[in-house]
Design a protein around this ligand. Structure first.
Ligand code: PMP
Length: 435
C-alpha cells in the first residue's frame, strides 16, 4: 500500500495529491519547509488561521507549559481557570454588550452552536414557532448539517440536499461582476440586495424566523465584500422583525479586517458572533460563540437544578486551546497586531490591484487583509485555471489558495511590504505562463 493511501484528506483532490504530494514538515514565522527542504512563503497564513506567523515562541511556550500542568479537565460540571479567563478576555474584546462565550473546537461547530442557541432563545421566550433560519447564497458556515444547510455553496450541498435542515432559506449574495468589478474595498453598488430579507419576511411571516447568519465579508467563496450600508440594512430589518442576526466571524475576527471583530470595523452589532481560526493563531483547534447578555439570560430562566442548554463538546474550552488563545490574545495586544494589519491594508490593496492587467483576471476584490483575484474559467473546466496557478505558485515557493477560479489571499497580519510584493509578483508570473 502507498504510505499516503490511508489518510483521506479534507477538501483535497485525494487521487491527484497521492500521485504528486505536497508535504510540509516544518513552519517558522512566515515560512513553511517542505519535506525536500524547500522554503515556502505562506501567502495564506495557514488557512486564515495564523496571522501572527507560525510557531510564535510565546504561544508555543504557553502550550508547552499547559500540557505539562493540566492536559485535560472534564468539561461538563467541572471547570478550569483558563477557560473562564479566556471567556472574560473575549467578552472584553467583543463589541459592547457581548458578555457570554460558549467554546467549540472549530468554526463548523461554532456555526451549529449559534443556530441552536438562536432556536433555544426564541423558545425560552415563548416564541417557539420561530424556527426558520436564513443564510445567504455563497455563504460558508462549515460542513456540519446546520452550517451546511444555511450555507450557500452548491457543491457542499449537492449530495446531501435531502438531509439538509428544513425551514431554511437564502437571501441573495452581493457579488455582481457587471456592477462592481475591480472595486477597492466596499462597493457602493448593492445595498438594495439586503431587501431580499424583507421578501422572506413577507413570504413566511417574520414571526416564524429565528435568525439570519452572514459572514460580514464572505471568505471561502472568494472574498465577497459587503456593499456600503448593506450590513446596516440587514441589522435594521432584523430589528424590525425580532430576528437574531448572527455574524460568522470565523475568518474576519482578530485583525483580519484591522479590528478585533468585523462588527466593529463595519459599525454593525449582531446578536451572536461565531469565531475560530485566529482565536488561537491556528495552534490548537478552538472555536467560540459570543452572545449578548439578553440571550444568555433568556436561557437561564428554568429551575436552577437543571442544565439550561443541553449542548457541548468533550473538548469545549480545552486547556491547551485556552492556553494557546490566551497567549495569542496577549501577543495581539503586545505587538499591536490589529493596528499593524490596518496600516498594511493600503499596500496590500495596491499590490493586489496591480494584477488587474495580468492575463485571465476578470475581477479583484479586497477588504482588510483579505483579497480575491477572480480568473476567467477555462472552457468546460471550471476551477482548472485557479488550480494551475496554485500549483505553479507552490512550485515557485509561495503558498496561495484557489477556491475554484478565484485566487485567495490572506497574508500574515505582520507581513512586510516586500513579502506582499513577492507574493503578487509570483502570482503574476504564474498567470503569465498559465494556459
Ligand atoms: N465559517 C466560516 C466563515 C469559515 O470560513 C469556515 C472555515 N473556513 C468555517 C465556518 C468552518 O470552520 P472549520 O473548518 O474550523 O470547521
Amino acid at each position: 500500500m502507498n504510505p499516503l493511501d490511508a489518510y483521506w484528506m479534507p477538501f483535497t483532490m485525494n487521487r491527484a495529491f497521492k500521485q504528486a504530494p505536497r508535504m510540509i514538515t516544518r513552519a517558522r514565522g512566515h515560512y513553511y519547509t517542505t519535506d525536500d527542504g524547500r522554503e515556502l512563503l505562506d501567502g495564506f497564513s495557514g488557512l486564515w488561521t495564523s496571522g501572527l506567523g507560525h510557531c510564535h515562541p510565546k504561544i508555543v511556550a504557553a502550550v508547552q507549559a499547559q500540557v505539562a500542568e493540566l492536559d485535560y479537565g472534564m468539561a461538563f460540571q467541572v471547570g478550569h481557570p483558563k477557560a473562564f479567563e479566556l471567556a472574560t478576555r473575549l467578552a472584553d474584546m467583543a463589541p459592547e454588550g457581548f458578555t457570554r462565550c460558549f467554546f467549540t473546537n472549530s468554526g463548523s461547530e461554532a456555526a451549529d452552536t449559534a443556530l441552536k442557541i438562536a432556536l433555544a432563545y426564541h423558545r425560552a421566550r415563548g416564541e417557539g414557532q420561530r424556527t426558520r433560519l436564513i443564510g445567504r447564497e455563497r455563504g460558508y458556515h462549515g460542513v456540519n448539517f446546520g452550517g451546511m444547510s444555511v450555507g450557500g455553496i452548491p457543491g457542499n450541498r449537492k449530495v446531501f440536499s435531502a438531509a439538509l435542515l428544513p425551514g431554511v432559506d437564502h437571501i441573495r449574495h452581493t457579488h455582481s461582476l457587471a456592477d462592481m468589478a475591480f472595486t477597492r474595498g466596499q462597493p457602493s453598488w448593492g445595498v438594495h440586495l439586503a431587501d431580499d430579507l424583507e421578501r422572506l419576511c413577507a413570504l413566511h411571516d417574520a414571526s416564524n424566523i429565528a435568525a439570519l447568519i452572514v459572514e460580514p465579508v464572505a471568505g471561502s467563496t472568494g472574498i465577497l465584500v459587503p456593499p456600503i450600508g448593506y450590513l446596516q440594512r440587514l441589522r435594521e430589518i432584523c430589528d424590525r422583525h425580532g430576528i437574531l442576526l448572527i455574524f460568522d466571524e470565523v475568518i474576519t475576527a482578530f485583525g483580519r479586517v484591522g479590528a478585533p471583530f468585523a462588527a466593529e470595523r463595519f459599525g454593525v452589532t449582531p446578536d451572536i458572533i461565531t469565531t475560530a481560526k485566529g482565536l488561537t493563531n491556528g495552534v490548537v483547534p478552538m472555536g467560540a460563540v459570543l452572545v449578548r447578555e439578553n440571550i444568555y439570560q433568556a436561557l437561564m430562566q428554568g429551575p436552577a437544578q437543571t442544565i439550561e442548554f443541553l449542548h457541548g463538546y468533550t473538548y469545549s474550552g480545552h486547556p491547551l486551546a485556552a492556553a494557546a488563545a490566551l497567549a495569542t490574545l496577549d501577543v495581539y495586544a503586545e505587538e499591536n497586531t490589529f493596528a499593524t494589519a490596518r496600516a498594511l491594508e493600503a499596500v496590500f490593496e495596491e499590490s493586489i490591484h496591480a494584477l488587474r492587467d495580468a492575463p485571465h483576471v476578470i475581477d479583484i476584490r479586497n477588504l482588510g487583509l483579505m483579497g480575491g483575484v477572480e480568473l476567467a474559467p477555462r472552457d468546460g473546466a471550471p476551477g482548472a485555471r485557479g488550480y494551475e496557478v496554485f500549483l505553479k505558485c507552490f512550485e515557485a515557493g509561495v503558498v496561495v489558495r484557489n477556491g475554484g477560479d478565484t485566487l485567495q489571499f490572506s497574508p500574515f497580519l505582520n507581513s512586510t511590504p516586500d513579502e506582499l510584493s513577492h507574493i503578487f509578483s509570483t502570482v503574476r508570473q504564474a498567470l503569465a505562463t498559465t494556459a
